[in-house]
Design a protein around this ligand. Sequence first.
Ligand SMILES: Cc1cc2nc3c(=O)[nH]c(=O)nc-3n(C[C@H](O)[C@H](O)[C@H](O)COP(=O)(O)O)c2cc1C
Length: 169
Amino acid sequence: MKNLKAIDPKELTANTFRLIGEQWTLISAGDRESFNTMTASWGGFGVLWNKPVVYIFIRPQRHTLGFVQKKSHFTLSFFGEEHRPALQMLGTRSGRDGDKVAESGLTPCFTESGNPTFEEATLVMECRKLYDGELKADEFVVDKLREVVYPEGDFHRIFVGEIVGCWEK
Ligand SMILES: Cc1cc2nc3c(=O)[nH]c(=O)nc-3n(C[C@H](O)[C@H](O)[C@H](O)COP(=O)(O)O)c2cc1C
């Protein structure tokens, strides 16, 4: 965070499809006493309810889900390619099973509001949770998609977060 400068989300020039789908992001929530983080490559940015927002999708079994549900805010942190192994690890190990953040080599830090992110991030979005809902089996229009992505019925929860802070390198 130290080397990032605050920007208006409207100034973002990065391509969303690449940023989330290829670069990936860390969803983090909690506080200085306790927080968790996980890798995500599904989601998006846009405008909803006249606000700049992010959309993220979290399966029920993720340890991070409880933190996102409990807290009023979460962050999205984006990194350079050199941190791909850390994101890979944070996206395959659970915070339930040990201190994966310490093992990742990333350096946790906190926004002024006390939300967790990482010193190594090149783009950080601090989001105020506006909506916490569940994808529903009977609302899929394409059944095949539901069957392929959710054979276990573990439908993602969908969160909409207002981008209340944005910092870029
Ligand atoms: C590239 C990549 C993308 C991922 N995207 C998502 C996602 O969008 N939503 C999700 O629920 N899990 C996603 N995951 C899986 C979680 O990051 C993974 O289950 C993680 O270990 C959860 O950690 P936690 O239990 O500490 O929360 C992704 C994993 C990887 C490697």
